[in-house]
Design a protein around this ligand. Structure first.
Ligand SMILES: CC(C)(COP(=O)(O)OP(=O)(O)OC[C@H]1O[C@@H](n2cnc3c(N)ncnc32)[C@H](O)[C@@H]1OP(=O)(O)O)[C@@H](O)C(=O)NCCC(=O)NCCS
Length: 205
C-alpha cells in the first residue's frame, strides 16, 4: 500500500509543476487588462477585471496563491482584482496574497512587504447606494455610492478571512487578527482584531 502512496505523492507533485505553466495565462490576462507588473509569481489564475479607465501598478516580487491546491488553509478561491472606472490599485514591492479579493473604485494602496491571509477581501466602496430608492431603481443609480481610499502600510500582516472596508488605513507593521472586519484606522505597530476590529495590543517594545 505504501508504494501506491509514494506513486500518488509523486504524481501529485508532477501535476503541481505542470500546472505552473498557468503563469502564461496570468501574463496575458494581466497584459490584456493593462496591468503594469514586473516580476510576479502566481500559483493559479486570478480573476481580473480592470476598467479601461482604471489603473493597476504592481511592484517587484509580487506573489499570489489562487485557490484550490495553492491555498492549503481552506476557503479556496482565486484572487480577484476588480478595478472600476477611475479606480487606482497600487501594490508595492515584495507583497504576498492568498485568495484575496480586491475591489477598487477609488484608490487602494498596499505597501512594501505586506502579507495578506487567505480569503481576505478589501473594498474601497459600498457597491450600492445607502438609499433604497436608488438601489431598486432600474437601472440602479450608483452616482451616490460612497467610496474612500484604503491604505495598507508597509510590513503589515492581515489575518485570513478579514474584511478591510472603505476609508481604512492599516498602520505600518500592524497585524489584523483572523476574520476581523476593519472599519477604522489601525495605527502603526498594533494588533487589532474582531468585528468590528478593536485594539488588542501594541507591538512596540
Ligand atoms: C491576532 C493574532 C496574531 C494574535 O495572536 P497572539 O499574539 O498569540 O494573541 P493571543 O492569542 O494571546 O490573543 C490576545 C487577545 O486577542 C484576542 N484575539 C486573538 N485573535 C483574535 C482575532 N482574530 N479576532 C479577535 N480577537 C482576537 C484573544 O481572544 C485575546 O483576547 P483577551 O486578551 O481578551 O483574552 C492571532 O490570533 C491571529 O489572528 N493570527 C492570524 C493567523 C492568520 O490568519 N494567518 C494567515 C494565514 S494565511
Amino acid at each position: 500500500m505504501i508504494l501506491f502512496t509514494y506513486i500518488y505523492k509523486i504524481l501529485k507533485r508532477v501535476f503541481f509543476y505542470i500546472k505552473k505553466i498557468q503563469w502564461i495565462f496570468v501574463y496575458f490576462k494581466f497584459k490584456l487588462n493593462r496591468v503594469k507588473f514586473k516580476d510576479l509569481k502566481s500559483n493559479g489564475i486570478p480573476i481580473t477585471d480592470i476598467s479601461i479607465h482604471g489603473r493597476v501598478n504592481i511592484g517587484r516580487n509580487f506573489q499570489m496563491n489562487n485557490g484550490y491546491s495553492y491555498n492549503i488553509i481552506g476557503r479556496q478561491q482565486p484572487c480577484c482584482f476588480i478595478v472600476g472606472r477611475g479606480g487606482e490599485l497600487i501594490i508595492n514591492n515584495n507583497v504576498g496574497i492568498s485568495s484575496t479579493a480586491i475591489v477598487c473604485w477609488n484608490r487602494i494602496e498596499i505597501g512594501n512587504n505586506v502579507r495578506i491571509g487567505g480569503g481576505t477581501v478589501i473594498y474601497d466602496t459600498d457597491f450600492h447606494s445607502l438609499d433604497y430608492k436608488e438601489r431598486i431603481s432600474l437601472p440602479e443609480i450608483k452616482d451616490n455610492v460612497m467610496t474612500a481610499p484604503v491604505l495598507i502600510k508597509q510590513n503589515a500582516f492581515i489575518g485570513a478571512n478579514s474584511t478591510i472596508l472603505k476609508g481604512v488605513t492599516i498602520g505600518e507593521g500592524s497585524v489584523v487578527g483572523a476574520c476581523s472586519v476593519v472599519t477604522k484606522d489601525v495605527p502603526d505597530n498594533e494588533v487589532w482584531g474582531g468585528n468590528p476590529a478593536k485594539f488588542i495590543k501594541s507591538l512596540k517594545n
